[in-house]
Design a protein around this ligand. Structure first.
Ligand code: FAD
Length: 458
């Protein structure tokens, strides 16, 4: 199997560079574990809030090795998975607040990227949520109504002709067009944040796996590479891997492996056949949907949320590839764009999305408050990790912030059952959702979970 550093289109394009490993015992005021977007945003906010703090960050691979370097690069303003879900979980007022927060967050993220000269191929293309069935068209209308009820003005309903005029796909019956957000290269973004963090004095140790973290006096001690790092506080930005260090979070999330393929560059004629002049990131209305976008060098990235849960919350390189997913991804491309079925696919990889029963992140502390964690963004972490970084920095510095009173910070999600029931439950829900995608009505299991406000998605 091709190693992820070569298999993933974004990671393969990253220039080789020297990295610093942790090789001898050291100390820091605050240690951040995890060199993805959450970790680097947390480090940057720590420095912004208190530039005098000595911050160290430890990453097992290189920056962007995790989901942050493997995702589809579709930046959205979504913090809550969907507005109706946010209303169900947190009430109308907080759902409206989350929607506003999501918009401000993306504006601030883009301003930061521009101001600090982080080149990440951002295109303000917005996104399309396309309808493939009459049921999706009805759902799109409901999405519009909910957005309007929350005062969101960036959503617009498109009919079949308008949608197909944007992207010439015969399967489209309509869409919700969202003008906020766009597409970018997520590995370049993450690595740009790393460079900025280092410029501000954050010590970044890469290729250094934290094997354990324990309370030590008033602070923590981190064991890695046969040596230690002692710190006053820790921020765990380890997403789908967090249970390796804090086993008690295992019942709050499941890692779901999503898979992606990237094509060869399309010719100008092939692009003319598809249209897609605005380069929107696209998702469809199914539970197990396709998501796709063009790349800056004229390829198509084609992904699926038909995710795999590996029993026991497994996350390791053996899960990075799935030939059956790659085959069905190619088939689904051919169904959408039959005239371009000869397209060759040059990259294929997977990554773990961290999902909770409410499909929004959660935050908590471990080791008697010495360590804080935040994870569970489902497929919306590109933007939400910045908010999480801010929240975690405030938690680590014991600073107050209006973000800390958000329900998604104060309330944990409903837990998943332990194994082996968890694995059976995921299988049963997956099978039921597949039937809904095939046109059946939700069965009793799904109706019960829905009534309890519990979801399943990557
Ligand atoms: C296939 C896929 C497609 C996606 N598409 C999108 C999208 O289009 N838009 C969007 O908004 N979101 C998307 N997401 C979600 C998004 O990528 C994540 O929510 C986000 O990157 C999470 O960032 P993070 O920093 O919390 O986690 P990660 O990026 O996973 O970072 C955690 C880091 O911790 C490190 N680590 C773990 N354990 C240890 C340890 N013991 N010692 C040292 N280091 C450790 C890992 O190596 C990793 O680098 C997608 C995710 C995947 C997998």
């Amino acid at each position: 199997m091709v190693p992820i550093e070569q298999a993933c289109f974004w990671l393969a394009a990253m220039p080789q560079r020297e990295v610093t490993r942790l090789t001898e015992a050291t100390t820091a005021d605050i240690v951040v574990i995890g060199g993805g977007l959450t970790g680097f945003w947390a480090a940057l906010f720590l420095k912004e809030l208190d530039p005098s703090r000595d911050v160290a960050l430890i990453e097992q691979g290189v920056a962007a090795y995790g989901a942050s370097g493997r995702n589809a690069g579709m930046l959205s303003e979504t913090v809550d998975h969907s507005h109706s879900l946010a209303i169900q979980h947190f009430g109308g007022e907080e759902a409206a607040r989350l929607a506003r927060l999501g918009q401000t967050n993306v504006d601030e993220l883009l301003a930061f990227v521009q101001e600090r000269g982080i080149a990440c191929d951002y295109e303000a293309s917005g996104r399309l949520m396309v309808a493939l069935t009459p049921g999706h068209v009805e759902e799109a209308k409901r999405t519009m109504e909910v957005a309007q009820s929350l005062g969101i003005e960036t959503f617009k309903l498109l009919n079949r002709e308008q949608t197909q005029a944007e992207v010439h796909c015969p399967l489209y019956l309509g869409a919700v067009e969202v003008s906020g957000g766009g597409i970018l290269d997520p590995a370049k973004l993450t690595d740009g944040l790393r460079r900025e963090a280092e410029r501000l004095g954050v010590r970044v140790y890469e290729r250094t796996t934290v094997e354990g973290i324990e309370a030590h006096g008033a602070g923590v001690i981190v064991r890695a590479n046969g040596t230690t790092l002692s710190a006053g506080r820790a921020v765990l930005a380890t997403s789908a891997y967090t249970h390796h260090l804090v086993p008690s979070v295992r019942h709050r999330f499941i890692p779901l492996y999503d898979y992606i393929v990237v094509s060869e560059p399309l010719s100008p004629q092939q692009w003319a056949e598809i249209g897609w002049k605005k380069h929107q990131g696209i998702t469809d209305g199914r539970t197990f949907f396709n998501y796709y976008r063009p790349t800056a060098d004229g390829r198509v990235l084609w992904g699926t949320s038909e995710a795999t849960y590996y029993r026991g919350n497994r996350v390791d390189p053996a899960c990075d590839h799935s030939p059956s997913h790659y085959a069905s991804l190619k088939e689904s491309w051919n169904r959408h764009f039959p005239t371009l079925s000869s397209l060759k696919w040059e990259y294929a990889w997977g990554g773990a999305i961290c999902s909770t029963t409410r499909l929004t992140p959660f935050f908590g502390t471990a080791l008697g408050g010495r360590a804080s964690y935040g994870l569970g963004y489902t497929g919306h972490g590109l933007g939400t990790t910045r908010l999480a970084g801010r929240i975690l920095a405030h938690m680590a510095l014991d600073r107050s912030s209006d973000l800390l009173d958000l329900s998604l910070v104060t309330k944990p999600p409903f837990p998943y059952p332990p194994e082996p029931i968890r694995g059976w439950a995921v299988d049963a829900v997956t099978a039921s959702l597949r039937k809904v995608d095939a046109g059946e009505s939700p069965n009793l299991l799904l109706r019960t979970l829905d009534a309890m406000g519990l979801g399943f998605s990557s």
